[in-house]
Design a binder for this molecule. Structure first.
Ligand code: GAP
Length: 490
């Protein structure tokens, strides 16, 4: 029987640590919540994902160029973008435990209990009716399922109404009505709900005064917007064209959980595509398709991806869709594709007093371009790839092995070069091969332990090829080449 999905996440976290993919940040000081370090394997995998994205976006499209803008930006940038006033999460404190929670997450967790009850009913149905069980029909007709679904719909409806109206008191009332208790103190002694801005602020220069407040960017996109004309003019770019960027972003996430899915310091791979007003929907559809195809080209089964088209749109967007991935915690957002109209450029025009317009020779007109954005989290892509690559296999002799079935182009090492024994000149021959390969491929030399153990180690880090140098190699320069997972277990 397959392990529950939550157990899979635990296993992936354990495997990441054991093999040097991801460590908790500042672990020797008991870690820093929602901040992670990428170890020797993780750094390679992450770099390969970045390269794969950059090649697909910049190298393969002659009308897309790259950018590397700074993390610090003029503070007015964030006023113009709306982040100072509206990049908030609703927070609530428990007065007894002094713990702080995201109000929406407390409500979501409460809803999850009803979802679990429905799941249990479905499991019972399966057990009772076996292959004859019709889940769809059961979900529609079973009274227990319907009762729980009604509760979910009612809570979600009340929550949405309160959020849309910015009714923070209404959210508190909902928490009280649902009898939600603090998981630490067990009490219902809640403060009022407050909006909390997710941007990290610090001071620039030596004087700490509010005029010097500067933010760590919460998205890389604004660096692209403010450089739009610089790149267009110096690169002689013609609309439609795109600017792509990979870089760190920072958000003071209150709910820190689910490993590298939600971090306080993370990386985004974003591309802003500047188009003629009125043509944005064509490009929005184009990029929706291109981006899901990019994900699918990683060799992950198609059913792991789905679109989630937004019904309620942010005020600046006229279309938005998420590409969701079936993570160990369920389907969640991996990438956002947004048609952002001319909102950002117009805001920057207004706040800076500078024109951010393009002269289009084809229509003989100046205009502020419309923007279609693709924004994917690098760390979430890492987690998606890692979780779908992680495989436990039972061998015929009863032993188990863990294999990371990574696409070869993303594997940290492309090959492991191993001498069969540590004598008879085999290590020297193996190093000779390694020294030839290393100019083109990242390879590992491995001579410690039995060949079986070494194959297992390479399987566990996703190395696609193992090259075994034996006595025959000394005679005729041939060697044994295994593809992962290696067929041998000894
Ligand atoms: N410029 C648009 C933008 O930033 P977003 O939906 O807030 O949109 C884009 O973020 C992507 O960044 C998300 O789809 C997700 O993959 C990633 N992301 C956002 N917050 C994150 C976090 N706290 N930790 C890890 N990745 C995050």
């Amino acid at each position: 029987m397959a392990a529950p999905k939550e157990d899979n996440l635990k296993k992936i976290i354990g495997h990441s640590k054991e093999y040097g993919f991801v460590f908790q940040s500042s672990e020797i000081y008991d870690g820093l919540s929602a901040v992670y370090d990428y170890g020797q394997m993780g750094a390679e995998l992450k770099r390969n994902i970045k390269d794969y994205w950059w090649t697909a976006m910049v190298q393969m499209n002659e009308n897309i160029v790259g950018l590397d803008s700074s993390i610090f930006m003029h503070p007015t940038t964030w006023k113009a973008s709306g982040h100072v006033d509206a990049f908030n999460d609703p927070l609530i404190d428990n007065k007894d435990s002094k713990k702080r929670y995201r109000a929406d997450v407390l409500i979501e967790d409460h809803v999850e209990k009803y979802r679990l009850k429905i799941k249990k009913e479905v499991a019972k149905g399966f057990k009772r009716f076996g292959d004859d069980f019709n889940e769809e029909e059961f979900l529609k007709t079973n009274p227990n399922v319907k009762r729980n679904q009604d509760k979910i719909d009612d809570i979600n409806g009340r929550f949405k109404t309160a959020m849309d109206a910015d009714d923070l008191a209404g959210i508190k009332t909902l928490i009280e009505d649902l009898g939600i208790v603090c998981p630490i103190s067990g009490s219902k002694n809640w403060t009022d709900v407050k909006q909390f801005n997710l941007m990290f602020a610090t001071e620039i220069g030596s004087v700490a005064d509010s005029a010097n407040t500067i933010y760590l960017r919460p998205e890389t996109a604004q660096g692209i917007f403010v450089n739009f004309l610089n790149v267009q003019k110096t690169g002689r770019m013609k609309i439609p064209f795109g600017i792509a960027q990979i870089g760190k972003a920072f958000r003071n996430e209150i709910v820190a959980r689910q490993f590298i899915f939600r971090m306080r310091e993370f990386e985004q791979m974003e591309m802003q595509f500047f188009v003629r007003p009125g043509e944005e929907m064509k490009w929005y559809e184009h990029w929706k398709e291109q981006r899901i195809n990019w994900h699918k080209s990683l060799g992950i089964p198609q059913e792991k991806y789905r679109y989630h088209d937004h019904i309620k749109l942010a005020h600046y967007a006229n279309a938005a869709s998420d590409i969701e991935f079936d993570f160990p915690m369920g389907f969640k957002e991996l990438e956002g594709i947004h048609s952002r109209t001319d909102f950002d450029l117009k805001q920057h025009e207004e706040f800076s007093g500078k024109k951010l317009q393009y002269f289009d020779p084809e229509v003989n007109k100046n205009y502020v371009p419309y923007v279609v954005e693709t924004s994917v989290g690098l760390d979430r892509t890492f987690l998606a790839i890692l979780s779908s690559a992680y495989t436990e296999e039972k061998l015929e002799n009863g032993t188990e092995r863990t294999v990371l079935k990574l696409p070869a182009m993303l594997a940290p090492y492309k090959a492991a070069v191993m001498p069969l024994t540590r004598k008879d000149g085999l290590p020297e021959k193996a190093r000779e091969i390694l020294n030839e390969l290393k100019f083109d491929f990242n390879c590992q030399y491995d001579e410690k332990d039995s060949p079986g153990k070494r194959y297992r180690r390479q399987d566990a880090i996703g190395t696609p090829f193992s090259i075994m140098v034996d006595h025959q190699t000394l005679e005729d320069n041939t060697c044994l080449l295994y593809t992962s997972p290696s067929p041998r277990d000894s």
